[in-house]
Design a binder for this molecule. Structure first.
Ligand SMILES: Cc1ncc(COP(=O)(O)O)c(C=O)c1O
Length: 481
């Protein structure tokens, strides 16, 4: 007499559990969203420092597979996700959307706080969303090995995981300070079959020149990128892979925001605020781009949304950086990118949020910041671990140091709501767990974490030097819009 009882009775099991929303595997998006056609102005192109002209995409073929170069410059708003990639995504996707009810109760806030939890992936963060896609396209083009850099080890372990699934070899240059701070991330990469070198290393010419000057150099992401690129260009059938910053990487991360939108829809909610941390900008962009699309492109969002980007005071690219063309690496081997930068020679303090220690940010994110479409805010690591500990003691999950910057913001915003009585809906990206970061928690509990800040004068000094060395950058027409 009756068909499907659930439909008949209008029961939606997702909404019955109002703390977490799980989607079905069929709900994993079939397309990624690309913000390029929807930016407020033309994205300044990457510049070839030799010709001083926009780079010819063909020149990138030495380090990237053709499919990823096409995505990098694609004007298509929607890009199909290959079925092989979707199939691997089902190993951990869709990821849950969780309401932080215990945190809300603890803070006595009327705000409703939701987090998209990417820590459920095998390597423990959002990074495999792009690692799997990148390994897939390289595999399809017959590449045998990928070389990459890693800060905290999250990206390196994600690429090691992804390469292993497609039978590719993987070489990871891990920033030395993280290599020493996080030995178990290294072991994780070994479990998935990757070779890991502390950077600067003796494996490359560039690494050797740095070690000759300072054998105890702590390393930086800029140096590790230079080493990985050198490895790729000096070996046959090896390509380079980047875990953030570039358009194609951010595009792959939009599975997060597309899922989160569906999950909030089930709850009949829409965010007032979408927040995330920024190292290069991939986790934050992956979450907020689909909401940006609703607000500024489709113009169908029920409210205006604030997009909040958090970062460390020790590496304050968005809050203290200067918008100009700069190299993506320390050896100055990459094209010049238009971004807020601290200077490509920046050596960050060894803060525990290793993934947030990059001197620049994604050009797309920087353009949005320049147009005041996102708001940046910086915290020091003591403020960050205070917030992380409150989160751990209310919600249970030990958050990675990187998203804990956002947790600090969320707690402050929720407390502001307590004073004003506003029932704001806050969505943030809990883009990784911190179970390999316990050394950092221990140092915090022992009161040993310095509250590093990077002074504005240092940024200016570094950029002045850069512009003295490359005075023609100031004449480039692309920054004047
Ligand atoms: C857990 C986690 N969050 C955030 C980041 C920062 O990178 P992005 O801004 O590209 O998300 C990293 C980088 O390694 C990371 O491991």
């Amino acid at each position: 007499m009756f068909g499907n009882l659930y439909l008949e009775l209008n029961i939606n099991f997702s909404t019955m559990n109002n703390k977490k929303v799980f989607l079905d595997e069929n709900d994993i998006p079939r397309q990624w969203y690309n913000i390029l056609p929807d930016l407020p102005a033309q994205l300044p192109p990457p510049i070839d420092p030799n010709t001083r002209e926009p780079i010819n995409p063909k020149a990138l073929e030495r380090i990237f597979p053709r499919a990823l170069i096409e995505q990098e410059i694609s004007a298509d708003r929607w890009i199909d996700i290959p079925s092989e990639v979707r199939d691997i995504y089902t190993m951990w996707r869709p990821t849950p959307l969780i309401r932080a009810k215990r945190l809300e109760k603890f803070l006595k806030t009327p705000a409703r706080i939701y987090y998209k939890y990417e820590g459920v992936s095998p390597p423990g963060s959002h990074k495999p969303n792009t690692a799997v896609a990148q390994a897939y396209y390289n595999y399809k083009e017959g590449i045998e090995r990928l070389a990459t850099e890693t800060g905290a080890g999250q990206w390196g372990s994600a690429l090691a995981f992804a390469c292993n699934l497609f039978g590719l070899k993987c070489t990871v240059y891990m920033v030395r300070s993280s290599y020493d701070q996080k030995p178990y991330r290294r072991v994780l990469m070994h479990c998935w079959g990757a070779d890991v070198y502390p950077s600067p290393s003796n494996n490359t010419k560039f690494g050797k020149t740095i070690l000759d000057k300072n054998p105890n150099h702590p390393g930086s992401l800029g140096i590790a990128i230079s080493e990985a690129i050198e490895d790729a260009v000096t070996h046959e059938n090896v390509k380079y892979s980047l875990g953030s910053v570039l358009n194609h990487v951010l595009i792959h991360q939009t599975v997060q925001g597309l899922e989160a939108k569906k999950q909030l829809e089930i709850l009949n909610e829409y965010p007032d605020i979408v927040a995330g941390c920024v190292g290069g900008g991939s986790s934050f962009s992956g979450l907020f781009w689909p909401f940006y699309y609703d607000v500024y492109v489709a113009k169908k969002s029920p409210k205006m949304v604030k997009f909040i980007a958090t970062e460390p005071t020790a590496c304050p690219t968005m809050t203290r950086g200067i918008y100009t063309y700069d190299f993506g690496d320390t050896a100055k081997k990459t094209p010049l990118l238009a971004m807020y930068t601290l200077g490509s020679d920046f050596i960050p303090a060894p803060i525990h949020a290793g993934g947030l220690r990059y001197h620049g940010d994604a050009p797309t994110l920087c353009l949005l910041l320049k147009h005041h479409l996102i708001e940046p805010i910086a915290y020091n690591q003591v403020q960050v671990f205070e917030a992380a500990t409150i989160f751990a003691r209310t919600e249970g999950i030990i958050p990675a140091p990187e998203p804990s910057h956002t947790i600090r913001y969320v707690i402050e915003e929720a407390l502001r709501c307590k004073h004003t009585g506003e029932e704001k809906v806050i969505l943030f990206n809990l883009c990784g767990h911190g179970y390999f970061d316990l050394q950092a928690y221990q140092e915090f509990f022992e009161g040993k974490l310095p509250a590093w800040e990077y002074p504005e004068e240092e940024v200016k000094k570094s950029i002045d030097k850069h512009l003295e060395e490359y005075p023609w950058i100031k004449e480039l027409p692309f920054l004047r819009q």
